[in-house]
Design a protein around this ligand. Structure first.
Ligand code: NAP
Length: 276
């Protein structure tokens, strides 16, 4: 399965679908990531706070692919905010991953009450200059926070990874991203399964297009112009989730799915929710 790519604002190529690894750890976690790579995923999403960077690095080596064919994302946790702290954090990630370059480095949460994301960003700009991080971006940033980063440093994040699923389509933020050349990435794209896949409208669209409910939801992300990063520990589901590029949803089907909107599911408002 070949997953199409787009070009980020720094000129690098970025898949239209990636693989989430939260909760994939230990030997089973390595096996799950290797099987995802075999299923065609090239973008792997980890974080210091997932505690599985070593497993993801091991899977990269076990996959047998050229290092340059894979794109490994990791994230700087709240406790490592600050210029020097960000650089030290990325060096720690490189060590755990066993790699000499982080392909995509994100600020995991902005933690506005700490107010050190600007210095963190400056440290990441340095990491990029030094070749330790190829692409730099953010996660869970709001429009005013993105504006502040750009106004203060002149460097536009390449990616903003945010909560995005049919219950929370994030239309305004996506429009802002599109206007500023920031790629949207959807975390919890299946709303962690919950009741989303049983929604009658998802079932209707899936039947019309002759795909599974999960494929209908993930295709909705792709057509919104956002890269979903579904997690699955199950090889058959990993393959199912990657098989999105042989069908399209109509405008009506897209709108019907977006009409499920009801807001954030887990209270992760970046203005108030903070993670260390
Ligand atoms: P998700 O991908 O929306 O949902 C994962 C759940 O869906 C798992 O229980 C999985 O079960 C199930 N599933 C996957 N494919 C399925 C299929 N085809 N049919 C039925 N069930 C299926 O949730 P997530 O793991 O929270 O989010 C994805 C990734 O986003 C994370 O792994 C992480 O990398 C990232 N993330 C980032 C942030 C952030 O703050 N930046 C926050 C949350 C998540 P099985 O594994 O049992 O197959």
């Amino acid at each position: 399965m070949t997953i199409p790519t787009v070009t980020l604002n720094d000129g690098t190529s970025f898949p239209e679908l990636g693989f989430g690894t939260y909760k994939l750890d230990g030997p089973d976690g390595v096996d799950a990531v290797v099987s995802a790579i075999r299923a065609g995923y090239r973008l792997l999403d980890t974080a210091v706070n997932y505690g599985n960077e070593a497993e993801v690095g091991e899977a990269v080596r076990r996959s047998g692919l050229d290092r340059d064919d894979l794109i490994v994302t990791t994230k700087i946790p709240g406790r490592d905010h600050g210029y020097d702290e960000a650089i030290a954090s990325a060096r720690g990630s490189l060590e755990r991953l066993g790699l000499d370059r982080i392909d995509v480095l994100l600020i995991h949460w902005p933690n506005p009450s700490v107010d050190r994301y600007l210095d963190t960003w400056r440290g990441m700009i340095r990491l990029r200059e030094d070749g330790l991080a190829r692409t730099i971006g953010v996660s869970n940033f709001t429009e005013p926070m993105l504006t502040r980063l750009v106004d203060e440093t002149g460097v536009v994040p390449a990616v903003n990874q945010v909560e995005l699923h049919p219950y929370f389509p994030q239309a305004a933020l996506r429009a802002f991203h599109a206007a500023h050349g920031i790629r949207t990435e959807s975390w919890s794209p299946l709303a962690r399964r919950s009741e989303l896949l049983a929604e009658p409208v998802i079932g209707d669209v899936a039947r019309e297009v002759e795909v599974t409910p999960t494929q209908a939801v993930l295709r909705w992300h792709v057509q919104l112009g956002s890269t979903p990063i579904p997690k699955s520990a199950t090889p058959a589901r990993q393959r199912e989730n990657a098989d999105l590029f042989g069908f399209t949803l109509t405008d009506e089907q897209m709108d019907a799915i977006s009409a499920l909107e009801r807001g954030r599911l887990w209270g992760g408002d970046p203005d108030t929710h903070e993670e260390m």
